[in-house]
Design a protein around this ligand. Structure first.
Ligand SMILES: CSC[C@H]1O[C@H](OP(=O)(O)O)[C@H](O)[C@@H]1O
Length: 353
């Protein structure tokens, strides 16, 4: 499996995703500031992986601390603020900092800084190992749901599945969320072909998902984001499954920009459209998708393509990195605990408690 992230000898290691698949560069750093920049620039990306790296980034910040225990609370507060300011939408990042703050709240008074830091490292490693295990559980629940919902089609042929952005090992450290379900479905002989939407402007689908599928010898076709409706109309897509960066209590889901457009097209063609995400991506504190903070990114992500200017530098741009798919477009939400179908407000809450 691709090695997306590691933490050994107080050093964060990660595969820089900005130039994959043409350039593979594994970065190692002890600097929390460099780690924060890696999240900001999508050198590391993908909601669960962002959460894993955020946890390790806090550890790097702790290792840089030179002050006294009395001075530590202010330093820790600033460290958490800086990590949380790196990207706003993927709730996994805030799940990771909440885990660190929980250790602080429980142990700061009673423990030495050394003991406190050791406990936070355990918490950071747990986030990492949990997300890997979550992928395997999601894969099982997702395949079970697909076998049920697509049973009629499966009587006569294998399935063609649409996915968007990258939700595989490069986004999770494990087999993946949506792509993990797809990989497992392929292993079980259910998949004919994967249709991976390029995911403009940073092309996570064309670059990263394609690379993962090629690496695993899974047949796929890359398409432009705007092609999905046409392929659905031609009967070339049997279901869609995508990831999530934040799921509201009612099931409304924020994911890479373009996700909602695929969902509307799927609904128009009566094609089931699923979300796959660990429970750590559910934000039960917000009642619906209108409250999810949507990241706006640099205009140059559209005006240039990997350093080549394709529009004038003065071209006005609106570059939302995510959109929100209302729950009525979602046939089911596959989590590590179970697949939730409909009745999201009630059933998602049960997963959290
Ligand atoms: C495993 S879900 C990953 C999720 O994160 C991606 O966003 P980004 O590449 O900007 O971090 C995309 O929304 C994926 O669905």
């Amino acid at each position: 499996m691709i090695d997306a992230v590691s933490f050994e000898n107080d050093t964060l290691g990660y595969l820089d995703q900005r130039f994959l698949p043409l350039k593979e560069e594994y970065i190692k750093t002890k600097s929390h500031l460099e780690a924060i920049e890696a999240i900001k620039t999508l050198a590391v990306r993908g909601a669960p992986l962002i959460g894993i790296v955020a946890g390790y980034t806090v550890i790097l910040g702790l290792n840089s601390y030179q002050g006294t225990k009395d001075e530590f609370p202010l330093y820790f507060e600033k460290l958490i603020q800086d990590v949380e300011a790196s990207r706003p939408t993927a709730v996994n990042l805030f799940f990771a900092t909440a885990c660190m703050k929980a250790v602080y709240d429980t142990s700061f008074t009673s423990d030495s800084l050394e003991e406190l830091f050791a406990k936070m490292l355990v918490a950071a490693r747990k986030i990492h190992t949990d997300e890997i295990a979550n992928c395997d559980a999601m894969a099982r629940h997702g395949v079970e749901l697909i076998r049920h919902d697509l049973a009629e089609t499966l009587k006569t042929r294998k399935l063609n599945v649409l996915t968007h952005c990258n939700t595989g090992t490069l986004a999770t450290g494990g087999s993946g969320t949506a792509l993990g379900v797809i990989k497992q479905a392929w292993q079980e002989g259910l998949i004919e072909k994967v249709i991976t939407a390029e995911s403009r402007p940073l092309l996570q689908g064309l670059r990263l998902t394609a690379w993962e599928l090629e690496t695993e010898n899974i047949p796929f076709l890359s398409i432009s984001d705007s092609s999905s409706a046409f392929l659905m109309q031609k009967g070339m897509i049997d279901f869609g499954i995508v990831g999530a960066d934040r799921i509201a209590a009612n099931g409304d889901t924020a994911n890479k920009i373009g996700t909602f457009a695929h969902a509307v097209s799927a609904a128009a063609h009566n094609i089931p459209y699923y979300i796959a995400a660990p429970v750590s991506t559910i934000d039960i504190t917000i009642e619906d998708g209108s409250h999810i903070p949507i990241e706006e990114r640099s205009a140059d992500e559209l005006r240039t393509i990997f350093g080549t200017q394709v529009a004038t530098p003065s071209t006005p741009v609106l570059n939302y990195a995510f959109d929100v798919t209302p729950n009525q477009y979602i046939r089911g939400i596959v989590t590590d605990k179970k697949a939730v179908v409909g009745n999201y407000a009630e059933d998602l809450k049960k997963l959290i408690t």
